[in-house]
Design a protein around this ligand. Sequence first.
Ligand SMILES: NC(=O)c1ccc[n+]([C@@H]2O[C@H](COP(=O)([O-])OP(=O)(O)OC[C@H]3O[C@@H](n4cnc5c(N)ncnc54)[C@H](OP(=O)(O)O)[C@@H]3O)[C@@H](O)[C@H]2O)c1
Length: 378
Amino acid sequence: MRNKEFGNLGFKTSVFGMGCMRLPQIKTADGHKIDEAEAIKMIRYAIDHGVSYIDTAYDYHNGKSEVVVGKALKDGYREKTKLTTKLPPWHVETREDFGRLLDEQLARLEVDYLDFYLLHALNAERWKRLKELNVLGFMEEMVKVGKIKHIGFSFHDELSAFKEIIDDCNWDLCQIQLNFLDGKIQAGVEGLRYAGSKGIPVVIMEPLKGGKLAQNIPDDVLALWDQAAEKRSPVEWAFRWLYNFPEIAVILSGVSNMEQLKDNIRIFADAQPNVMTAKEIKLVRKVKELYESKTKVPCTGCEYCIPCPQGVAIPRVFTLYNNAFIYDNKEEPAQNYKRLSEKEQDASHCVQCGACEQACPQSIQIIKQLKEAHKVLA
Ligand SMILES: NC(=O)c1ccc[n+]([C@@H]2O[C@H](COP(=O)([O-])OP(=O)(O)OC[C@H]3O[C@@H](n4cnc5c(N)ncnc54)[C@H](OP(=O)(O)O)[C@@H]3O)[C@@H](O)[C@H]2O)c1
């Protein structure tokens, strides 16, 4: 397993980080729950094979991820890893909630301290509210009393908000969504380089776009990957594109079975930066362009069009519509669209007022495209 200095904090971590948001599950009478025995086996297998960074959060698996991670880290495993969990801003109403949540998380994980405590899924609005509640004062206090070693944040918003948050504090790390299709989405490659220029180690989430770059790959995409001189699986290409960036400290991989875990551990055995040849970079660009050519609506998810007066979740509808064609799979987007319909946010609620079209910086014919999307997804 390839290890790397974690910024200038004075220790190394594995480049592969175990993401604990997609642990193996078993069916129950009323849904699903974590297959605890298998999840513990997988986490320990990862650590036994050199993985030294574990990522969980308060809400993963309805609060059970932290509990299972805590069980997996018994019997000497805690000492072999850097443990991260996250403060959920949406459960915070008053400043007192900070301490209550952290203590609850330490109890669930059955540990005395966290190596990294992140503010979860920050955006401009959440950051403003947390700052007003003096979250940084709280974090500093917790570092002093030893409940937290290092502080950071994970992020889902526009690049400008990312830069602002980065500039606001001496962060020890940050976590962003990145994969070769999302280089210009949210913080993106520019955000990665910005954090890197300030010496802040970056941890990557959703490296396989939640699995979309790993499974059900369209035949024409597979044919393109096959043009490479050295054959690699789509999963290997997606990870390779990421570990090539020197600014990246850890790539979090969510795995839902042992086979995936073993495959990814193999891929990270020699995950070195700056290894991609010009030909390889060109090939990834071609694959990206092919995926993008299957895109029906050039929506960038900037959300200028919302709130829609009728409550239509316009960017979400377009994401589902695009996904149906990009990944050649209508079933999953249609199921998610049904959930939007249950919340009365689907395209059928459009009354053609046109407010969205005036706001759209991409000049998308939103009214027309919503109708098309509804035909495909409903
Ligand atoms: N802070 C935040 O806001 C935030 C948000 C998202 C994620 N995260 C963290 O980042 C971690 C990584 O994100 P992610 O889970 O979305 O990662 P990801 O790597 O983009 O997607 C993981 C999924 O990819 C598929 N997969 C993984 N390895 C595979 C392989 N070798 N072959 C075939 N399929 C494979 C599996 O899908 P199936 O399960 O469908 O088989 C797996 O569940 C999360 O687990 C979580 O810890 C944080």
